[in-house]
Design a protein around this ligand. Structure first.
Ligand code: PAF
Length: 170
């Protein structure tokens, strides 16, 4: 199939839903790459993998406030609907970031519901996140294939990450 060369920018959840519904109606295979921007080579590898297996690739850019607590303060957040995977989220990074993974799960499930992609691609760098999203999809019977892709590293071996700016060479 001839790959479309132009990028379409979609600004609203409603438009995302209807564009993706039309692609599915046309029988096109869609892949979602959820991101928070700050693009680097790791994202590029997820997007090129998605392009290699799907007819249409959706790259979402949403800096999700619910996964960054001001001091991770549980009580500071309004009560709303949340998606949680406590079996895997209350350990490792979840111990120091108690609300992080429910913020991730809630926004990722919303993106899955809007785009309803055949597959969604995540980096293996965020291993706990990947394991939690796979469990969420399995436990809730979400019809999306979750694919993890290998870490892309800088020349010195450090994994590409938007957070590397916080590190000193040491
Ligand atoms: O890994 C990220 O960048 C985020 O946690 C994600 C999956 C885009 C959800 O906001």
């Amino acid at each position: 199939m001839e790959m479309e060369k132009t990028m379409q920018i979609i600004h609203s959840p409603e438009a995302l839903h209807s564009v993706c519904a039309e692609w599915r109606r046309q029988g096109l295979k869609t892949a979602l790459v959820p991101t928070m921007g700050y693009y680097h080579a790791g994202h590029a590898s997820l997007i090129s993998y998605a392009r290699s297996v799907a007819d249409k690739v959706i790259v979402s850019l949403f800096v999700n406030p619910t996964q960054f607590g001001p001091n991770e303060d549980l009580e500071a957040y309004p009560r709303a609907t949340w998606v949680e995977v406590p079996a895997l989220a209350n350990t490792l990074c979840g111990l120091s970031r108690p609300i992080h993974f429910r913020g991730v799960c809630t926004v990722v499930l919303k993106l899955f519901m809007l785009a309803q992609p055949s597959l969604a691609v995540f980096g293996e760098k965020d291993w706990q996140q990947l394991a939690i999203i796979k469990k969420m999809v399995s436990d809730l019977n979400v019809p999306v294939e979750v694919v993890g892709r290998p870490i892309v590293r800088e020349a010195d071996g450090l994994a590409f990450s938007s957070r590397n700016v916080y590190l000193t060479p040491e």
